[in-house]
Design a protein around this ligand. Structure first.
Ligand SMILES: [Zn+2]
Length: 205
């Protein structure tokens, strides 16, 4: 697929991308997504590396994943983008990276999103927070919350594996309740579809 982006130096850069990226476990694309170099292009004029967030279609080894650029989030939510049937959607590099980490860890996407909702409610509901699962060990899941601290640093939240297991057991009940039903409805399974109401105090869990 022919692409063209413009560097900060105004140089137009033409390059090719696959119609569908192979992002199966262990693939170079998967590694690049996780280490943050996916779609990195070097400008042939000024030498700067740029990382344009372009719409891309990937195959994660089991299913098709469509990366919607953050800049097109609203277009997608309004139904203006065509998404292949049965494809999953992630919006932005951050969500794409998280998806690969979650899949590599053998975690369930729906359970992780439900956990993120519960964490954010406790953190103090605000509309400008972003939370990502960044790591999973046998003992815990590690989340980064952006926007919670004034100094631009991410807040680190560690959740014991037992909480994940409990959330997994709760999923069958919760999946039909709001806001979980909205968060978990395909193709875009994400907490970033809902707005947390700052007035709503956390009282559960
Ligand atoms: Zn340049």
């Amino acid at each position: 697929m022919k692409r063209r982006v413009t560097c900060h130096c105004e140089q137009k850069i033409d390059f090719d991308t696959p119609e569908v990226y192979d992002a199966a476990p262990g693939s170079p694309t998967r590694e690049a997504i996780v280490d943050g170099t996916f779609l990195t292009i070097t400008c042939d004029r000024c030498g700067e590396e740029i990382r344009p967030e372009l719409e891309a279609t990937l195959h994660d080894g089991e299913r098709t994943v469509v990366l919607v650029p953050e800049a097109r989030r609203n277009s997608f939510l309004l139904g203006a983008l065509r998404i292949p049937k049965d494809a999953a959607v992630v919006v932005g590099f951050g969500e794409l990276r998280e998806r690969m980490i979650v899949l590599d860890a053998g975690l369930r996407v729906d359970v992780v999103e439900a956990l993120k909702y519960q964490i954010l409610r406790k953190a103090g509901p605000r509309t400008d927070l972003r939370i990502f699962c960044v790591e999973s060990t046998s003992n815990e899941l590690v989340f980064h919350i952006h926007g919670l601290r004034d100094d631009d640093e991410v807040a680190v939240m560690r959740v014991p594996r037992s909480a994940y297991d409990r959330a997994t057991a709760d999923m069958r009940l919760k999946a039909n309740e709001e806001p979980y039903r909205t968060i978990l409805s395909p193709p875009y399974v994400s907490i970033n579809k809902i707005e947390l109401d700052p007035e709503e105090a956390s009282d559960d869990g």
